[in-house]
Design a protein around this ligand. Structure first.
Ligand code: GDP
Length: 298
């Protein structure tokens, strides 16, 4: 646990240091709040979450009657933790067999890597996993997923040049027939033709539901935490198209834009199941609101 926190803190330090330096002065005055506003915006917290946090913080400062800027930092950590608390939710499997998890995300977000890490996480919990390579357009995507399947020694359902929805249907059927606990469906992050990506993903969702009436049980979006406000735009677009149940936020081990997590909480509060803190199999952690708030301000 501690190793992970250190990694996250190191990653967020670029964000954190600029926020933390706001509290090194001797007075709590308008200048402090103005500096804090700028620092939060710089960290990609967004206007709405920044306004909310400042108003909440001023209330807390007033109630506490403190005159010490250092104490204000602690109060800000409380405000951020409270804002993020609704996003802290575990991914639950076992209610359905298989639990079908559809995974979306634009190319480069870290989707394939996250699926590999998630497979390891689920296997560690004793779940049997089957992977579906529904990004049939890119040979490289299939091959990359096959590498992660190998690393985890799990089965993969794929079909060269096949129809993404058909591959997903086959994978869910195979998962049911073989009694697997989880089917993870990797989808395309970009299409080579003019075909609309969201339309393609909606079709996969519909067809998966045909294979198993209650599926998909989870629709996850993988976003790159390093893209700041852009990540929030993606959450909104994919949520509108697919009704997301959860997020995986990657690359939080090296970003100055960690504040975007606050923006998500304020503007599109989809639960954060996991955060990515590195490129290795074990670099996936469950999201903890208080720890994250503290890392942001460290
Ligand atoms: P995809 O196109 O969305 O499937 O993205 P990939 O899974 O191929 O990842 C794109 C790049 O981001 C690769 O170089 C990964 O190693 C890297 N990556 C993915 N997740 C993380 C993370 O949490 N931290 C860091 N530092 N790199 C990551």
């Amino acid at each position: 646990r501690k190793g992970w926190l250190d990694k996250l803190k190191a990653g967020l330090r670029k964000t954190g240091s600029s926020i933390a330096t706001v509290f090194t002065g001797t007075q709590i005055d308008d200048a402090l709040y103005e500096e804090l506003e700028a620092a939060l915006l710089m960290a990609d917290t967004g206007v709405k979450a920044t306004e909310h946090l400042l108003a909440d913080l001023k209330k807390r400062v007033k109630e506490s009657k403190t005159t010490d800027p250092a104490a204000v930092k602690g109060l800000l950590a409380d405000a951020i933790a409270d804002l993020l608390a609704p996003l802290q939710k575990p991914l639950v499997i076992g209610e359905h067999k298989p639990t079908v998890i559809m995974v979306a995300g634009v190319n480069g977000a870290g989707k394939t890597t996250s699926i590999g890490k998630l497979t390891r996480h689920l296997a560690n919990e004793g779940a049997s996993v089957l992977l579906a390579a529904a990004d049939t357009f890119r040979a490289a995507a299939r091959e990359q997923l096959a590498v992660w399947a190998d690393r985890n020694t799990v089965e993969i359902v794929t079909q060269e040049g096949g129809d993404p929805a058909a591959v997903s249907f086959d994978a869910v059927s195979a998962g049911k027939a073989r009694g697997r606990d989880v089917v993870l469906v990797d989808t395309a992050g970009r299409l080579p033709t003019q075909l609309h990506l969201m339309e393609e993903l909606r079709k996969i969702k519909r067809v998966v539901q045909k294979a198993d009436g209650t599926a998909p049980h989870e629709v996850l979006l993988v976003i790159d935490g390093n893209t700041g406000q852009n990540a929030l735009t993606q959450v909104k677009a994919f949520d509108e198209a697919l009704q997301l149940t959860g997020l995986v936020i990657t690359k939080l081990d090296g970003t100055a834009k960690g504040g975007v997590v606050c923006a998500i909480a304020r503007e599109r509060p989809v639960p954060i199941y996991f955060i990515g803190v590195g490129e290795k199999l074990e670099d996936l952690e469950t999201f903890n609101a208080r720890e994250f708030a503290q890392a942001l301000l460290n």
